[in-house]
Design a protein around this ligand. Structure first.
Ligand code: HEM
Length: 117
């Protein structure tokens, strides 16, 4: 059971890596667009995060305020990505820069909270 939890944590980290990695790749290529890959990474973070938010195996202690803050950040991130994707579809242009920067900052902030809190 503990190994299974560790595997889910690993997938949770992969979800973050996919979202943040896709964001860094867009920034490095100076395209500044939100992408499907970011959506998939965030979905993986959400599904694995929800699985980890249940106290298993028995006896494990969880920091629920921290989990709650990350959930809020993830919902806001999802909103930014949804807005960005819709705008890009409509106009064909890259998202407004504050939305793009917001995605990277919030993803980084969520990990900083996960690791430092
Ligand atoms: C973009 C969003 C998120 C990022 C970047 C993120 C990042 C991380 C990272 C780096 C860890 C490992 C560090 C640690 O164990 O202290 C972690 C653990 C965890 N995350 Fe997230 N997370 C996100 C969203 C969520 C959400 C939405 C939930 C739940 C609803 C969640 C629940 C958890 C739990 C329960 C753990 C602890 C795992 C354990 O120690 O057994 N996370 N997260």
């Amino acid at each position: 059971m503990e190994v299974l939890r560790d595997v889910v944590v690993l997938l949770h980290l992969v979800g973050f890596a996919v979202t943040f990695g896709a964001w860094v790749a867009e920034a490095a290529a100076r395209r500044f667009r939100t992408t499907r890959v970011m959506d998939y990474g965030l979905l993986l973070s959400l599904l694995t995060g929800l699985a980890l938010a249940a106290p298993w195996p028995a006896g494990i202690e969880l920091n629920y305020p921290k989990i709650g803050v990350k959930l809020v950040l993830l919902v806001v991130l999802g909103g930014l990505l949804g807005m960005g994707n819709a705008r890009q579809r409509r106009t064909g242009d890259a998202v407004p820069r504050p939305i793009f920067v917001g995605v990277g900052v919030l993803a980084f902030l969520a990990t900083a909270i996960a690791v430092l809190w």
